[in-house]
Design a protein around this ligand. Sequence first.
Ligand code: ADP
Length: 495
Amino acid sequence: MNAVASLGERQRLALQRPDLLREQGFVGGAWVGGATAFDVTNPATGDVLARPARLGRTEAETAVAAAAAALPAWSARPAKARADILKAWHRLILQHAEDLARLMTAEQGKPLAEARGEVAYAAAFLEWFAEEARRVYGVTIPGHMADKRIVVTHEAVGVVGAITPWNFPAAMITRKVGPALAVGCTVVLKPSELTPLSALALAVLAEEAGLPEGVLNIVMGDAPEIGDVLTTDPRVRKFTFTGSTPVGKMLAARCAGTVKRVSLELGGNAPFLVFDDADLDKAVAGAMASKFRNTGQTCVCANRFYVQAGVYDAFAARLAEAAAALNVGDGLSGPTEQGPLIDERAREKVSTHVADALGGGARVLTGGAAMDGPGAFFEPTVLADVGPGALLCREETFGPVAGLVRFETEAEAIALANDTSAGLAAYVFTRDNARVWRVGGALQYGMVGINTGLISTEVAPFGGVKESGLGREGSLYGVRDYVDTKTLCLEVEPE
Ligand code: ADP
């Protein structure tokens, strides 16, 4: 691998605004460098794309101080004034959508069409929360005594520490930063070191939109050091994390020391249920969208397919045919529909899950192997006759592998689906209306897609139950995690 960023990689980006590619952090309104740097590589080529500053504890502490200093003035602004800046940021993101999408594909690997979709999705959170900013209504409550009046208001929690993952390098940021800024919080964000370029490009545009200094700060480099500051500094009043379950649990535990508000969006292990009465065209289309989007690297990706015996063979054959037709390649060139996995470690996990399923008697219908050449590519894979105890069913695979398990009865399918510590998303395909309500109600998940494989939108609450997390992002509920409820109890003197 090259020690310095490859000029060829940068030229291939063909950015209209080359200054959107930043290698410095953003602290207190200033772009800050560091003594050392780390590599950001293109997962499709293995080439170094950029060498951002490796920041750590000192910069994180400075960022928290800047966010704390900016808080009083930002939260005191009228909601409309904050919303106007979020709307300007939203417009700038759409204006530079192509550059942002190309940067994202280069650092993350997803096909350009998906990156364009994510940029629009990311911007949509800013627009949505700009609209919500003006509707953070309180209530009045009839007093408990004749001379008492009770008013409830919602106030910004304060400084927010946020840590985001690499699978959605822009949307996971705006989904947190949008509501935080809308209600008057200020933010210190640590993006994933695998994909910091999207975050930094967003910060360039936030600055252009007129966001005051210190309101949004971005620090990346030494994740444990920065994470330590964000989870222990008493000035940070809320911590929000999207990422793996073990890291989320560890960071949430650290937040206990200063009793921070905590939101977690952790791993899923989504079941995908296909009943005999399903529309198979819809089920296959839903499975393709839910399983192979982002190379299977989303927390709501279908992870386990439970298919009723009557349609099992037909569904398996059609899904295998659709998966085999996917164009796999470099997201920046050609008609790519599936990019690489994020890195070699991710590909090893996928290979392990496939080997484990095959060892348990599963059959390969299509794919099944890592692909040669640079980049962590893996064939779109469909396996039949996977045992319910296989790793594919017990752990999040985070890769382009659909493992099919046969079931006979509805009760059996529900029991299999709920037999996990995760509870983020589930999918059900059936044309029986009563079954929709029965199964939809019985599934222990935060989100259930019914006859659809795509459930994410800024207007609906996103989040899980059980070990998949705490809190909800997006929608009217997405505001709640960033406000504290205050009770004003007034005694009215008699005349
Ligand atoms: P994944 O396994 O999908 O990469 P992680 O949970 O490791 O998920 O990463 C999600 C985010 O958590 C990233 O921004 C990563 O840098 C961060 N992270 C990982 N380990 C730590 C840690 N010890 N302290 C703080 N942040 C961490």
